[in-house]
Design a protein around this ligand. Sequence first.
Ligand code: GRF
Length: 189
Amino acid sequence: VRVAVLVSGRGSNMRSLAAAAGDAYEIALVASDKPEAAGLAWAREQGLATFALSPRGIGKPAYEAALDAALREAGVEVIALAGYMRLLSDDLVTRWRGRIINIHPSLLPKYKGLDTHARAIAAGDAVAGCSVHVVTEELDGGAVLGQAEVPIEPGDTPDTLAERVLSAEHRLYPEVLARFVREGTWREG
Ligand code: GRF
């Protein structure tokens, strides 16, 4: 299955997805709304196909139309968001219904949105973690496909917790993506 990974930043999850590519899926495109994203530079060095365009100046509809065209041109079937920091429009979500997944650094439905680690610590939670979910119009709201838990240790700061959760993300995301593409549920709809 041909997968596109969308990144806005460092792209460590994208690298873990690329490292696990093989029988189940291949990375057909790495796309970014931030032409200067570190993840994009790495993808280029690897010889992966890339697409980079900033919505700044041209506006979101034109940006998304170009992104959508690049995805189709690359024969992409599934989109994996990996630190993609921009909300997809309802229109794009509709076009790719059931075929976009995301990794979020909390145990959903807890802590949708930003600052998940600080919020988990402030709440006195004993565990934190990450979730891979289907992307819908509701932010971090689609069906959860898989989760991994990590302990919150005494003295944890948002940064130390983020690091522990990130290691769990790197294990979880490739595993869930491989299962998702094997199941191929989007083909039924
Ligand atoms: C990860 O924590 C991911 O869960 C969140 O943004 C971060 C991206 O990190 N959505 P990276 O770019 O994959 O290193």
